[in-house]
Design a protein. Sequence first.
Length: 230
Amino acid sequence: MSGGLSSLSINGFKSFSNGVTKDSVGRFVLQLNPAELKVGYVVNDKKGPENNEEAKSAVGNPTNPQTLSKAKESISFDFIIDTTGAVKQNASVKTVAKAVAQLRKITVDKISGTHSTPYVSVQWGGIIFKGKVDSLKVDYTLFDKDGNPIRAKISISITEHYDTSADSVNNQSPDITRIPTIKQGDSLISLCDEFYDDPNMFIRIAEYNALPTFRRLTPGTILEFPPIEK
């Protein structure tokens, strides 16, 4: 992953499909970027599918979450919310209490109608990470004379979310995996048309390779086009 000088933002959404988040429930922009991002990999995902639904493969067959083709990635980081005047405020931070309430709304509070917590997208420079929040911890560290919090440390942990339809571990297709090196002028749509006879596979392949965008491919990049049954 690569970062930039822009401010890290956390975006909440109601739904996630084919690698695309939809229906925003809000956005939070950090005052100060985190000093570090901790990255982990979930090897054995013992959590069951959401809403008690059985996980399915691309063709609708039951899929064991522990047999997915790649370990789920997780990220965690800490950041400060500060209204003492020591840190420049932004549109996301009016008071500490309101900022924490907004964070809860877009990360861990269940959405009315879906009865599920939001999907989140973390964006920071070239980093785009989509998933579900595992934990959100708030440490209030400074108060004004009336007892109102004016500084808080936030710790957040997020685990990657991706569709089981993008998984190819079942090896149900007789085809082989292609691992081309991207050349100038290549596009994900044209490569999917070449390898699958279906240009509409580009979303699933972008998600499979964890690409931040499907619109631009960097020459020299190596991508994997696995056997996927439609």
